[in-house]
Design a protein. Sequence first.
Lengths: 334, 306
Amino acid sequence: MKNNHIHISAASQSGTGFDRREFIKLSGILASGLLVSPMAFGKSHSYTQETDWPLASQNYITPVFILDAMTRLGIGSGFIQAGIKHCITPDITFIVPGNAFRLGALVPYGKKEILQALDKIKLTWGTGVQDQKTAQKLGLLAGALCYQSSMDALDKANKFTELSPSGNPENKIYQDAAVIRSYLTKGKPMAKKEQSDLKSLFREMVPRTFIRFHTVMPDDADGAGWVMKTAHWRKQSDLYFGELSRAIAQPDDAKVKKYLMDTDFMDGNDLMVKKISPFAKISDMNIKDARSLVNSTEEGSVLAKALAAGFNTLIDLNDFMAGGISLDKWISKI
Amino acid sequence: MSEHITHVAIYDDTVRLVSNSKEFHEAFNTSLQNQFDAGMMATGARGNHLHAIPFLEQTRDIWHQRKKGDGTEEKIAAALAWLAHRAIDFQVKANQLSYDDIKDPRFSKDEQDIYQDVVTFDKVYKNGKKKPLSPNMYISESTLTRNMNNHPASGLVHVDAVESLFCSLIQQNLNAYHTFHRNSDSIEDWLEEFPNHYQKISENLETYIEAHNDPDPKKMEKYITGENFYNEKDELIRLVREIQDNGKTEIPLDDALDKAKNQSHYAQGLLRSYRFLKAANDFFTKKISKDAVYDFLEIFPAAHRI
């Protein structure tokens, strides 16, 4: 097996402060939940626990929400190149390169390697080679950079070790609930029945998503390992939807204080937090206002800083692709 | 090719046939019963040509020595589900409209796939009122509605926005398990390999919703009725629906299988699935060779006869 460590190196290389021990602990608990020896599955014998259950297999919607906000900030910025806007704009009804943008968490490399890969794309991109494959690569790399930058900030609020029964870190479930409750609920009171209804709603989104997939892509390099892990993923996700629904509809006050308030996770007074509401119009923002928006978060909440870090990275990416900043200079900034 | 709902349905119905037949090794029923969800993922996935027979070969000699959770039952369930998927794909693909068949741009062979899936949802799952066999697959009468607008929680959250995020997260979660992430030598290699593992979003759910809630009668005739895609009077279909509804049936299986040869495509697909599993059973019990089972399943390329 090559590069055994590589999957989690993305976070550690990027200087996110990612706690490797926490991840290994999570990995162990998830793997033990299977009651299975890794020896049992074809090529799986070469697995280590940490690579069996990579970070990107966690149910954690907040980083996806942040990437969605990056799309809206990017489209709404007059100075961002049209080609980059295309690469960061998803559409869940169709096959477009921008659907890869939200998968940035999958890229198993740190910022330096990503910037070097971008430098190669830039050589041809500027001459007009902007085909689907190249655009998808750019979308992935842009998503990875924004993800890693925002995670650097988010991880300031991710110092907890408590795991929920689904195996996901409990504090992240509270973050997800805070994001959904603040931005995407409809203001109705929620109690036990609504909690149950929400759980049902979230669970029913899974077959709808599978319909959109047409067919799921297995890992042909290790079909047996894939079968086991994805069967487990169904149960893990099922539990997560219940945990998320509870944290939205009937959150535990002590956990709200511990995971959200004491960490200063989110503050509705932050300009950035208000600006990226899915119902806010962002249009024709100039570079000065964009920089000002980023700088407004210096004293802001963790979420505001995470959004700013992601947007700042997108601004740098735009600058780099336009020739405004060299590779060496950008690498020296990260 | 058939689509997700039909893949799940053919797996559910195949499991009903296996559970109602004495022709299969006990390993098949036990595995499907204990590890249904391992098959649930496989039936919705590509890869049937690569994994089904190797899984059966790896498990047939160790069946009686298996331990809970050692993967033996999971592999068998997945192999059988993949063969069910292959069977219905063969049936539907061979009989779907071609561009030459279409003289009116109203029709599309891609849309035909979706109409067929919607009919399966109606006929097998009674528009969501009947649940699939998997306890972890949640469908309802909201499944094929716009923004799940008849679900009791649709008034609590902005469904479109939440679902878009979940859709991307599920893509990410499933792709995270692919081993190429840690086996690439460089980011350049990884970027080149990614498209081979990319979980595309390729179907527009809005087309499903339209076909389900407001079907075009001309399309129903062209895609479904005229093609005899599904006929609830077919004995084999009645047989599995009776098991679904009552847990038992008096319809003789052999007779239903025999009649299915000339009946609807769904019935023929289910018959083919049964035959594929019978061949798999004969391979599992060493009555036929590996070459023979590959030939029967029409897996011919040498690279796929693993």
